[in-house]
Design a binder for this molecule. Structure first.
Ligand code: TNX
Length: 535
């Protein structure tokens, strides 16, 4: 017992010393900076280089081996040779060593130490995710052409000697894509995940359902994909992911330490589902004075929270849970036009029966049914900030999008929250004057505005700041119908967001960021990823 207490005290002291000394090392690092994005917590520069040759061995054991193979795979195309994997280094031979070490508690689950000397590159981490992020940083120390898919000649592959200690500011570093409005083929999602992984993003939210289309196969309700997946917002053919394809995407993302968070929209933005199974929607014939052909458009998106609708959506979630490893399941919850419930006689009766005073409370009741279901299945409900109105379900986490106030309110009330405000993180908005840009939904969010964002504004009290899990950038798909356009809207803004999600606030410096950003754009170019040119 005494020993144990001893260890705790020592660990606390080490952590405190670490926290205390880190910023000093860090400030110094600007004079001689690396091109790593997001900027690492601390960099100590040393003299000399580690030079790559075919004889370099990659040394790893057990779980570290999987990460080591990924490094070998990434290096091979551009270098033109595959490094050999081994469990032990040969004496005097140069090596890249990957090691897991449970003692490295201060690094958290995603941190790493990257130590480069002329003889050895050593990456240490507590968990495999940390090794993966150490590898990402190592790759960024090499010339950008290391990301090329074909052999690059006449280049000396070397990295400077240094020691990096690094770990993220936030545990939730995410982007959202929207295959519901315009379907995104599996290979394009994979390519998007590749671009995210190098920026140390760890979540991709997929908006899988909306009024225009239902994009995920649900075995129990085949009409969802048979009748409601065959169009997109521009009148195109749409599409959907089979369950096998979803599994493949989840695995592909996991390999890159990215969790795919599925979003199944309810009770609004649910028009596609209602088209396929009209019994879950409000009866259109009840809208007085509206021509019938307009009624589906007006009401097509709103579910009627009858018991059978609750059952339907829980059935859907049951299959979703089987497919996705994510602890968090997003159920939407945004923008419901509650007037439609207020004016509907059946819903009025329903509210009375449930003891709901108004439509907000009915909305809240419906969300609670999903929360209970998810909680029973060991998952957590995540929803847009409207789920706060009418009372938040007990296990729910809020994703705050309507400006920054929603997030502040939620965090100060003690709810976990992911910040996704329209003011700074809507990458479907214009990046400069509309006349110079492809058609977008509206708004204006240039790169620098994204970079200025701080997910923990002063209005969130220090003791509540732990409730801010992190940030997400939104690539809503109304006006994005190709991979190239998706990438154009994402980059460079998502690069700024990556730094906000990972790096220490004290290290933020726009000028320094832009210098590193220029290198990152070269990496994207080598990978064949599109981006908007800097002004
Ligand atoms: C609002 S953000 C929406 C989306 C749209 C987006 C367009 C949110 C929870 N709902 O359905 O695509 O605006 O910017």
């Amino acid at each position: 017992m005494k020993n144990y207490r001893h260890t705790i005290i020592i660990m606390t002291l080490v952590t405190l010393a670490f926290l205390f000394f880190t910023p000093t090392t860090v400030t110094g690092s600007y004079s001689k900076t690396t091109n790593i994005i997001p900027i690492p917590v601390s960099v100590e520069h040393r003299d000399g280089f580690f030079v790559f040759r075919p004889s370099v061995r990659v040394i790893a054991e057990k779980d570290a081996e999987t990460e080591a193979s990924k490094l070998i795979d990434i290096l091979a195309p551009a270098m033109g040779y595959r490094l050999k994997l081994a469990s032990k280094a040969r004496p005097k031979a140069k090596a890249i060593k990957l090691a897991l070490d449970e003692q490295l508690l201060h690094l958290g689950d995603e941190g790493y130490i990257l130590d480069v000397s002329a003889e050895q590159i050593l990456i240490r981490a507590k968990q495999t995710a940390g090794l993966f992020y150490g590898i990402q940083s190592l790759l960024q120390l090499l010339p950008a052409s290391i990301f090329s898919k074909t052999e690059v000649n006449d280049i000396n592959w070397k990295v400077p000697c240094l020691k990096i200690t690094d770990y993220p500011r936030f545990q939730w570093r995410s982007l959202l894509v929207d295959p519901a409005r315009h379907f995104i083929p599996v290979n394009d999602v994979k390519k998007f995940l590749n671009g995210m992984a190098m920026l140390k993003f760890n979540r991709l939210q997929m908006h899988l359902t909306d009024n225009i289309g239902w994009r995920i196969e649900i075995k129990k309700y085949p009409n969802l994909t048979k009748l409601a997946s065959n169009r997109d917002r521009s009148g195109g053919k749409g599409g959907f992911y089979t369950q096998e394809e979803i599994r493949e995407l989840v695995r592909y993302a996991e390999k890159r330490h990215i969790t795919i968070v599925p979003e199944i929209e309810m009770p609004f933005h649910a028009g596609a589902a209602i088209n396929a199974y009209p019994y879950i929607g409000i009866n259109p014939a009840r809208v007085e004075g509206m021509p019938l052909d307009k009624q589906w458009a007006a009401l097509g998106g709103l579910l009627a929270p009858r018991p059978e609708t609750v059952g339907f959506m829980q059935d859907v979630l049951a299959e979703v849970i089987e497919l996705f490893g994510s602890r968090f399941i997003h159920i939407g919850g945004d923008e419901a036009n509650l007037k439609l419930w207020e004016n509907d006689p059946e819903m009025q009766t329903q509210m009375k029966q449930l003891g709901c005073n108004d439509a907000h409370e009915l909305h809240s009741w419906f969300i609670k049914q999903m929360d209970t279901f998810l909680t029973e299945n060991n998952r957590r409900l995540l929803g847009w900030d409207e789920i706060l109105q009418g009372g938040l379900a007990p296990g729910a986490t809020v994703m705050s999008w309507r400006g920054i106030q929603g997030g502040i309110t939620a965090a100060n009330a003690g709810h976990d929250v992911v910040m996704a405000p329209t003011s700074h993180t809507y990458f479907d908005y214009y990046q400069s004057s509309p006349e110079n840009e492809p058609l977008a939904i509206g708004g204006l969010i240039p790169l620098e505005k994204v970079y200025q964002y701080d997910p923990i504004p002063k209005a969130i009290t220090p003791e509540k700041a732990i409730h801010v899990l992190g940030v997400q950038g939104q690539l809503w798909g109304e006006y994005i119908s190709t991979r190239k356009h998706l990438e154009y809207m994402a980059y460079p803004r998502a690069i700024a967001l990556a730094e906000i999600g990972w790096s220490k606030k004290q290290l933020k410096n726009y000028g320094n960021f832009v210098t590193r950003l220029r290198h990152h754009l070269k990496r994207l170019q080598a990978m064949g990823i599109n981006y908007r040119q800097l002004d």
